[in-house]
Design a protein around this ligand. Structure first.
Ligand SMILES: C[S@@+](CC[C@H](N)C(=O)[O-])C[C@H]1O[C@@H](n2cnc3c(N)ncnc32)[C@H](O)[C@@H]1O
Length: 245
């Protein structure tokens, strides 16, 4: 495929999956106990080794070749910025930046986000900012459970707090992410179309240069507590049951 010829995810699904609210409530009401992978346990230690314990923490979740991590670290020199990706190959491809030009307030680690998010939460850490930029869309209808908002780890994401930003070239993904957060928070965040002129990531540049519409959801989660999430989920379960009576 040539560079500026990328396709919008092709899906038979045109809107929010009908099972999403039920799935999110189920995940929020049952603890997710998957054992941590050894490499993720090592990764969280490596990610925090250079942190002074005071700087705001920023996570670039699924950072790929980490161009965004580098740009974010430059834009927030007082923060400690962690780029996480499961692909060692992508992390090593962070061209065109030689090691000497890397900001010193960032670190890149290879980890499974399913573990990494829960490990941050288990250590009682809260984020100042949290970026999820162009996650794999998993566009088939049956792939709902592979999208982050359909995954059992999803309730951990708002628990980490901070200013959360999701970007995608698939409108359904952003709509579903907003709807799933709505179940957990009791209020649904808004999302917008944006022009991608910033070109924060290689995927953003590729989609923009292919003339695609880009979508962005940004929501402040600093005031979110675990108890708040639990009571919103409880209330949304009540509404759901009542609407089916
Ligand atoms: C579509 S790419 C986007 C990369 C980058 N954010 C960008 O916009 O250029 C999605 C990235 O998420 C990473 N990823 C997917 N699932 C992951 C997981 N469970 N843990 C860590 N990284 C994951 C992939 O390796 C890939 O680099």
């Amino acid at each position: 495929m040539s560079y500026a010829n990328s396709k919008i995810p092709d899906s038979a699904q045109g809107g929010v999956h009908e099972h999403l609210p039920r799935l999110v409530r189920r995940h929020a009401s049952a603890p997710f106990r998957k054992p941590f992978a050894e490499f993720s346990l090592r990764a969280i230690d490596a990610a925090l080794a250079g942190w002074d314990g005071r700087a705001g923490l920023i996570l670039d979740a699924g950072c790929g070749v980490a161009h965004s991590t580098i740009a974010i670290a430059r834009a927030h020199p007082d923060a400690w910025v962690i780029g996480v990706d499961q692909s060692a190959d992508r992390l090593e491809r962070r061209k065109p930046y030689p090691a000497s030009l890397m900001p010193d307030n960032m670190v890149l680690v290879r980890a499974d986000l399913v573990d990494f998010w829960r490990l941050l939460s288990a250590r009682g850490l809260r984020l100042a900012r949290h970026y999820i930029l162009y996650p794999n869309p998993w566009p088939k209808i049956g792939h709902l459970g592979r999208r982050w908002h359909g995954h059992p780890v999803f309730p951990t994401i708002p628990e980490l707090g901070g200013l959360l930003e999701l970007r995608s070239n698939w409108q359904v993904y952003v709509e579903e992410f907003a709807a799933a957060l709505g179940v957990l928070l009791g209020r649904q965040p808004s999302w917008q179309v944006f022009d991608g002129s910033e070109g924060l990531t290689p995927f953003e540049r590729k989609y923009r240069d292919s003339g695609q519409t880009l979508y962005r959801l940004s929501v402040e989660l600093s005031d979110i507590t675990l108890d708040g999430v639990r009571s919103a989920v409880h209330a949304s379960g009540q509404c759901h049951r009542e609407s089916h009576q």
